[in-house]
Design a protein. Structure first.
Length: 127
């Protein structure tokens, strides 16, 4: 009986560890780079359509100023994103990073298959 309890405890602990070490997902999906949008370490990847569809645009952490408002090119926006910058990223509905519109901050390792608003700008933060 003791062996069965120990095996069950080990199995439960392994399952909990697997859940804790998995990348986080955005509001409407599950995480996993193989199933979701492809994005390399050190990058912020944006797609114009939900579900990581359309032509992906990427920004390298080396090319982004910390706490600078980065507006997407005029006439473009994003509906899904992956943050693998190693830093938190805030996305904004406003092209000027104004907090009067919608905005959310996503930790590194976040896959967001469908943003709750159209993303027009972002900021990368210090840890």
């Amino acid at each position: 009986m003791r062996t069965i309890r120990t095996a069950a405890a080990v199995t439960t602990a392994a399952a909990a560890l697997a859940l804790l070490s998995a990348p986080t997902a955005g509001a409407a999906g599950t995480a996993g780079q193989g199933r979701l949008g492809s994005c390399a370490a050190g990058q912020l990847c944006l797609w114009p359509k939900a579900g990581f569809h359309g032509t992906r645009s990427t920004s390298e952490l080396a090319d982004i100023g910390i706490e600078d408002c980065v507006a997407l090119p005029a006439g473009s926006s994003a509906s899904s994103l992956v943050n693998r910058t190693g830093r938190p990223v805030t996305t904004y509905q406003s092209a000027t990073c104004a907090e009067t519109g919608e905005f959310n901050t996503y930790p590194s390792g976040t896959w967001v298959p469908e943003s709750p608003y159209v993303v027009r700008a972002y900021k990368v933060w210090e840890h």
